[in-house]
Ligand binder design. Structure first.
Ligand SMILES: [Zn+2]
Ligand SMILES: [Zn+2]
Length: 171
């Protein structure tokens, strides 16, 4: 939760620390989400506040290839406008823009940033998260994690290839 009232002057810079469990992200391979932080530069323009910064978090993800769990620090840019809902609704009837919006409420101008933060984290998780770029995944035949152990089926496959080569050279 961001309270715009705390700033006496703009532009302002702020680092927000999320409470454990405050942000919930619904993503299948996401096993754990912690240490969510938002760093923002806020510019005031008329009745609106232009925000730019980074959303950072520590995640535990399931590798799409080997299904192993791994931790990663995620960082994603965020860029949005804080407005009051009434003037936004009035304007939205005239023109639709593709900016992201958050809204302030109450006398201390409280802004709930959870949707913005959730979106930034989702975008930072790639479609197929991998524990490493050269993750060898699971053996399609016996299901063994090939990063940890080699298996017999892999050896057979290699042998078959050598046999084919041998046949070629024999000819
Ligand atoms: Zn992996
Ligand atoms: Zn195998």
């Amino acid at each position: 939760m961001l309270h715009l009232q705390q700033f006496e002057t703009f532009p302002a810079h702020v680092l927000l620390q999320g409470q454990p469990g405050e942000i919930q992200v619904d993503y299948e391979g996401l096993l754990e989400l912690k240490n969510v932080r938002v760093e923002l530069d806020i510019q005031m323009s008329g009745e609106e506040y232009f925000c730019q910064g980074n959303v950072m978090s520590l995640v535990k993800l399931e590798c799409a290839r080997c299904l192993g769990a791994f931790e990663r620090e995620l960082v994603n840019r965020t860029d949005f406008i804080i407005s009051d809902r009434e003037s936004y609704d009035a304007r939205a009837k005239e023109a639709i823009d593709d900016e992201d919006y958050a809204f302030f409420e109450g006398s201390d101008l409280a802004v709930d940033l959870s949707d913005i933060v959730r979106q930034a984290i989702l975008l930072a998780i790639s479609m197929k998260p991998l524990c490493s770029d050269d993750c060898r995944g699971l053996c399609p035949a016996c299901g063994v994690n090939l990063n940890v152990t080699a298996c017999q089926c892999r050896a057979e496959k290699t042998d078959a290839r050598w046999d084919a080569l041998k046949k070629l050279t024999d000819n």
